[in-house]
Design a protein around this ligand. Structure first.
Ligand code: GLU
Length: 268
């Protein structure tokens, strides 16, 4: 089957939404967009598709609430902002999903959960129970206890890939300000073309991801390619697309050529 066509049949989908897709640069909520995300995800749930939302935004929203002039850069400052912001984030989701009578749950995870078999099993049992109950789990990193470089994911791209793996997902969709993977940096090269499908992650793909300065950094292209590589080996598809319009999720699931699809193939 053509790679894009199989996306039509996926029944368990993980959607990762970045801070810039949920908030304005000043840290305040983009209410329009959150409302549309809630509507689209509820619609998937109504079609009996299991949905997990991995949502960033806690630090930005917390910093805004605390009146900080900019997003904190130090670990402790991020943790404090996240502790404030996470509660507000969930309150907003509760309100928007409540509009459609969709039940949600909060799951906060840290890296050590995925390193310990019994903790991983507990987490996956909870997800499965929530799917049975038709709830949409909303996941973030538990920033307050993810204290150092050994414990933290530091970006939700990696976290969402781990989540997709423990729930045996069919597809991870990463929505952000990067709308796909290009043959070269589109900001510098007019001939840069979006790569629609990556059937296999090769060294060339890695070097394309690392080769563009604008795509580096936390949650940049390299972390996305690593996430796709990790998932691909487990037979899980991944799509990177623009978080500008939440309805793009429907387009992806209709098999349309949007963003970049990294094909999952266990046998590679
Ligand atoms: N956990 C962080 C937050 O909620 C986000 C990390 C990321 O954006 O990758 O603000």
């Amino acid at each position: 089957m053509e790679y894009r066509q199989r996306l039509k049949y996926h029944k368990r989908i993980i959607i990762k939404v970045g801070t810039t897709s949920l908030t304005y640069p000043n840290g305040k909520f983009n209410l329009q967009k959150m409302e549309r995300f809630a509507r689209v995800l509820t619609d998937l749930r109504n079609r009996d598709i299991d949905v997990v939302l991995v949502s960033s935004g806690a630090i930005a929203v917390g910093a805004e609430k605390l009146g900080l002039s900019e997003r904190p850069r130090d670990v402790i400052g991020k943790q404090a902002s996240s502790a404030v912001g996470q509660a507000i984030l969930m309150q907003m989701y509760e309100r928007f999903f409540g509009e459609y009578n969709q039940k949600i749950a909060q799951i906060l995870l840290t890296k050590p959960v995925f390193d310990a078999e019994h903790k991983k099993r507990n987490a996956s049992n909870t997800f499965n129970k929530l799917f049975d109950l038709k709830v949409i789990p909303i996941v973030n990193e538990n920033d307050t206890v993810a204290t150092d470089e050994f414990n933290e994911f530091s970006d939700n791209d990696t976290l969402s890939a781990y989540v997709a793996a423990i729930v045996n997902g069919d597809l991870l969709i990463i929505l952000s300000d990067i709308d796909g993977m290009y043959t070269s940096d589109p900001n510098k090269d007019d001939n840069a073309k979006m790569i629609n499908v990556v059937p296999k992650i090769t060294d060339e793909i890695y070097s394309l991801a690392g080769g563009s300065a604008s795509m580096l950094g936390t949650g940049g292209m390299i972390t996305k390619v690593q996430a796709a590589d990790f998932l691909g080996k487990r037979g899980i598809d991944m799509v990177i697309a623009s978080g500008e319009s939440p309805e793009i999720i429907h387009e992806i699931l209709e098999g349309n050529n949007v963003g970049t699809l990294f094909v999952g193939n266990k046998n590679d």
